[in-house]
Design a protein around this ligand. Structure first.
Ligand SMILES: Nc1ncnc2c1ncn2[C@@H]1O[C@H](COP(=O)(O)OP(=O)(O)OP(=O)(O)O)[C@@H](O)[C@H]1O
Length: 362
């Protein structure tokens, strides 16, 4: 039985309609919601928290219909980007205020001291919010929300005002705290890395509709549209035409799709027809380099020779831009650059596993 069930939700705010939103979340699971600005992410969270009247649909928390309960009765905690702390209260007072306000909740099983330790804010307890950094303020806000002991949590881009390093640290801590306390959460973000790091489930919303939702690993390589592929950070997307479809097992097809002069060999669970116009989607980390001597082309391998156009370092990774009959971006490590002597202008063999090429209907 699911912990949270959102069923056919429709909410109208001005001219905006959030429509037909359905998903389920188990206890302790996190769902991340990704979507462009104005797609309805905040309205979705606000609707679950109880700030909007539902036009259609139901929300169940622990099997109880909470669709018309007022905000304070839902026992749902939320934390937003500009989560305000009380400025004239110390960190300790801010945190304990929430503990006191929420004593009405049935089971107080959260120990404020444990939360304070988990968030490493012991040394900040006597300070006022104005004397805290952005990251510290978010830690305190999180502590305050956690000690209120909600049944579940809603996060609306809580890290977006923080610098990359602080954001990464806090994100890892948040994940370990939520998992430690077995708390379910919905976490809204623009950032696909954040979405795939935090979410057991990932949902993509566009123009008020949940356009795809599923387990993180399934969504990662199997976007159902160009919009989703682009939004979840798939960098290699190009058109192709299906040349051959062969059933190789009850649930698997071997497909050849042609882009310019290149025939891509693909294993797909979905059936397509010859001459279908499609898009191929390949994650940049799923392409590997081969040495001259390595591997000869055979029926089930994609080996292509392309020219290195540019090499860009990103943190510990390198992004290699390749050109030729297809433009590809490859993410790799320094070791691989050394091993394959990758330089701008060099012609290099790349390999793409047929299982890692995903076909999207055009
Ligand atoms: N009170 C309101 N009255 C009328 N329209 C609203 C209201 N609140 C939000 N909207 C509109 O609803 C749409 C969805 O807003 P929402 O805040 O949910 O988007 P979002 O996906 O959270 O965007 P962002 O990433 O920019 O925060 C937007 O077009 C917004 O302008």
């Amino acid at each position: 039985m699911s912990f949270l069930k959102v069923n056919g939700l429709q909410v109208k705010i001005g001219n905006f309609i959030l429509d037909n939103i359905s998903f389920e979340l188990n206890e302790g699971q996190i769902i991340t919601i990704l979507g462009p600005s104005g797609s309805g992410k905040t309205i979705l969270l606000e609707s679950i928290a109880g700030f909007h009247t539902l036009n259609k649909g139901k929300i169940y928390l622990e099997n109880k219909d909470i669709s018309i309960l007022p905000v304070e009765k839902r026992e749902i905690g939320f934390m937003f980007q500009d989560y305000a702390l009380f400025p004239h209260w110390t960190v300790r007072e801010n945190i304990l205020s929430s503990f006191k306000f929420n004593k009405g909740y049935k089971k107080i099983n959260i120990n404020p001291e444990k939360i304070i330790k988990m968030l490493h804010i012991e040394d900040l307890l006597d300070r006022y919010p104005i004397n805290l950094s952005g990251g510290e303020r978010q830690r305190v806000a999180l502590a305050r929300s956690l000690v209120a002991n909600p049944k579940m949590f809603l996060f609306d881009e809580p890290m977006s005002a923080l610098d990359a390093r602080t954001r990464e640290n806090l994100r890892d801590e948040l994940l370990s705290i939520l998992k430690n306390l077995s708390l379910s959460a919905i976490y809204v973000t623009h950032d696909h890395i954040e979405a795939f790091t935090l979410g057991d489930l990932v949902g993509i919303i566009n123009k008020g509709k949940l356009v795809q939702i599923g387990e993180r690993n399934k969504i990662f390589r199997n976007p159902n549209s160009i919009f989703v592929a682009d939004f979840i950070g798939i960098e290699n997307l190009f058109s192709a035409k299906i040349q051959l479809v062969k059933k190789v097992s009850p649930e698997l097809y071997f497909i050849i799709a042609k882009h310019k002069q290149i025939e891509f060999k693909i294993f797909s669970k979905e059936q397509f027809s010859t001459n279908d116009e499609v898009f191929l989607s390949i994650r940049s980390e799923d392409i590997s380099f081969l040495d001259e001597s390595e591997e000869k082309n055979d029926n089930f391998k994609n080996i292509i020779i392309l020219e290195v156009i540019d090499i860009v370092q990103i943190d510990f990774f390198y992004k290699i831009f390749l050109g030729g009959d297809v433009l590809l971006k490859v993410i790799t490590l320094k070791d691989s650059i050394k091993k394959h002597k990758i330089n701008t202008g060099k012609k290099i063999k790349v390999h793409i596993d047929p299982e890692y090429i995903h076909i999207i209907k055009a």
